[in-house]
Ligand binder design. Structure first.
Ligand SMILES: [Zn+2]
Length: 182
């Protein structure tokens, strides 16, 4: 695990500043855009898939509540759109990255692994998401290393302040924190 002391960013490779700067810009833009999605009734997570030239392939927010579907997380919605657009269940030939406003939950990590996406960049870490909102992000022991073994790059905790504020506002406005009863 690599750490950038100034920004608290963590990664499963030596931190590449160019990748980090690009990811910071994209994730800040996604956090801004996410506010508009929340106003329209979406859940508080947004994901975007980009190719290696910086072209957007697919973008989607979480619509669990609106569509009455517990697995309609932003990452899964975005992956489905990308696969449909490219006409392929295997995204590995396209060298794609997924950018997400918060750390993917245990379900979405599985979906990303199966998709052939090559890199993950995310904002708010799961422990903060859980603390702020009460969503149960699951258990994901050692996943940075597991993804590294599979050739998938991970950069996390990018522009967390902006992301945490969006989540705090979501809760403050009384939006639904959907989850099964335990
Ligand atoms: Zn998820």
């Amino acid at each position: 695990m690599q750490k950038n002391m100034k920004t608290s960013v963590i990664a499963n490779e030596k931190i590449d500043n160019l990748k980090l700067i690009r990811a910071g810009k994209i994730i800040l833009d996604l956090q801004q855009e996410l506010k508009k999605y929340i106003d329209k009734g979406y859940g508080p997570f947004l994901a975007a898939v980009y190719d290696s030239n910086g072209n957007l392939v697919a973008k989607a927010a979480n619509n669990v509540v609106d569509k009455s579907c517990s697995n309609n997380h932003a990452e899964i919605n975005a992956i489905k759109l990308a696969e449909k657009k490219l006409g392929n269940y295997d995204l590995s030939p396209y060298n794609l990255s997924i950018y997400v406003t918060s750390e993917p939950c245990m379900m979405c990590l599985g979906a990303i692994m199966w998709s052939g996406i090559k890199a993950i960049y995310y904002g708010v870490p799961s422990e903060r998401v859980t603390k702020i909102t009460g969503f149960d992000e699951g258990f994901k022991q050692n996943w940075y290393n597991e993804f590294k073994k599979r050739g998938i790059t991970v950069y996390g905790q990018i522009e967390t302040d902006a992301g945490e504020q969006v989540l705090k506002d979501y809760v403050a406005h009384g939006h639904t924190v959907y989850k099964p009863k335990r």
